[in-house]
Design a protein around this ligand. Structure first.
Ligand SMILES: Cc1cc2nc3c(=O)[nH]c(=O)nc-3n(C[C@H](O)[C@H](O)[C@H](O)COP(=O)(O)OP(=O)(O)OC[C@H]3O[C@@H](n4cnc5c(N)ncnc54)[C@H](O)[C@@H]3O)c2cc1C
Length: 410
């Protein structure tokens, strides 16, 4: 019997497991294949919900569900973390020593916010990336804030490129609603040369920030924070005072990736950006935030990489020899407050374009929050396919694909 092992039941891992179990139903029924998913968490959290928790006071419960409810019944879930990945032995280790062999492996272990990697940052700041509890603390701090300077500070790398800018706009909106905007200064500090990494989107975001009296500090690479004086220091030797610091801390790959010696000190898995195979291997893939691919670490990327990988593994198992190549499609909403949003859309060969913020795009984002749980099951794939087409090219080698130079997420 063949075995596919998926490490991580997050956005990418769940979509992949469900898509594969649909494609390989006959093999599974006939006892020729099993799909095993490992994850130590009880629940899957819809992380974009952290925005609503942190800036609208939403109830965290709305945004999490037990993993068992989200996986197809044919998939075997091991509710344990993997402690080591042995690519050379084609095996994973769990429960301090138990070993499970695989024929195909997919690492979908995501990324984590790591404020402790910058001196002073963990003590000085709140964040809405690490957990729902952290996001809740941001809401509590904003609810009692009356006057002074709020700094939203970004460090690289991090997941969801739109989220820092969304935070800034939603804080502005909240302070206006509370009638204290004149008492509150809002500053945004980013290591990029503009308010958003992609030109087309920065062109929309920057004038809006200026209009709302938000000060942007570009090329601000955090060095350390001194919580006693409430000052942030940058590598460029600038300093920035704050009363409330909300940080998007640098992220790291999962511990198991680092401890298995796969992804260097920061834990990003070396991955071919088209085939999604771990470089140098034919039987092991990495998807979602866990990879070192220079693309935004986002749910939509994890989703589309999962769909591409499901096709590739099914083709390998069927002995079809087809190669599926992810085209780098992204499509992330960016809320700008006032019930308006833009969508950051592009591919490996097409940069996101300038567009007007609209209520329609905002409503699409809100609708997606509700459809997310259905989407995990794969039920919406036929609709996505009709409107957007598949997120991969088939049997076209990476050669001949003209690439826009892109060394950072958009
Ligand atoms: C505030 C915020 C807003 C966001 N907004 C958006 C948005 O609007 N649009 C968008 O597309 N994306 C958004 N994202 C990003 C998105 O949520 C992530 O990029 C996405 O969840 C990544 O999916 P993943 O499968 O790679 O990892 P995850 O969904 O994080 O899942 C990783 C899983 O791996 C498991 N795991 C880790 N280590 C082990 C181990 N050793 N053994 C077993 N399992 C393990 C974890 O428990 C977890 O369940 C947002 C994120 C945040 C924080």
């Amino acid at each position: 019997m063949k075995r596919v092992v998926i490490i991580g039941a997050g956005t990418g891992g769940i979509i992949l497991a469900n898509a594969l179990s649909k494609k390989l139903k006959a093999e599974m029924k006939g006892g020729r294949l099993e799909i095993v998913v490992f994850d130590g968490s009880e629940s899957h959290v819809y992380q974009p919900g952290n925005i609503d928790i942190a800036f609208r006071g939403a109830d965290p419960k709305i945004f999490r569900r037990p993993i068992t409810q989200l996986l197809s019944r044919e998939v075997r879930l091991f509710k344990r973390p993997v402690s080591r990945i042995e690519l050379d032995n084609r095996a994973v280790i769990y429960d301090s020593g138990l070993k499970m062999d695989y024929d195909y492996l997919v690492v979908a272990t995501g990324s984590v916010a790591a404020p402790e990697t910058i001196p002073g940052l963990a003590e000085a700041s709140l964040n809405f990336h690490r957990s729902q509890e952290d996001a809740r603390r941001v809401w509590e701090a904003l609810s009692t804030f009356r006057r002074g300077r709020i700094v939203v500070l970004t460090a690289l790398p991090h997941k969801c490129p739109p989220s820092p800018v969304e935070a800034v706009f939603l804080i502005d909106e909240l302070m206006r609603k509370k009638g204290i905007r004149d008492e509150v200064e809002i500053a945004y500090a980013t290591p990029y040369t503009r308010a958003y990494p992609a030109h087309g989107i920065a062109d929309v975001v920057e004038p809006e920030m200026e209009k709302r009296g938000i000060t942007t500090y570009t090329l601000f690479n955090i060095d350390y924070v001194d919580p006693s004086t409430k000052k942030i220091y940058s590598l460029e030797r600038e300093e920035l005072a704050y009363d409330l610091l909300i940080a998007i801390p640098p992220h790291r790959g999962a511990e198991v990736v680092i401890n298995s010696g796969i992804g260097g000190e920061e834990g990003w898995i070396p991955t071919d950006k088209r085939t999604l195979k771990i470089r140098g291997l034919d039987d092991a893939y990495a998807i979602g935030d866990a990879t070192d691919i220079p693309i935004s670490k986002s749910g939509v990327v994890a989703h589309l990489e999962a769909i591409t990988t499901a096709e590739s593994i099914a083709s390998q198992i069927h002995g079809m020899g087809k190669v599926y190549l992810y085209n780098g499609r992204i499509n992330c909403p960016l809320e700008m407050g006032g019930r308006r949003a833009v969508f950051v859309s592009g591919t490996y060969t097409r940069q996101p374009e300038r567009q007007n913020p609209s209520i329609a795009k905002y409503l699409m984002k809100r609708l997606f929050n509700r459809l997310y749980w259905t989407m995990l099951s794969g039920a919406l794939e036929p609709i996505f396919n009709i409107y957007l087409g598949p997120p991969y090219d088939v049997n076209e080698g990476a050669e001949g694909v003209e690439e826009v130079s892109r060394d950072r997420p958009v």
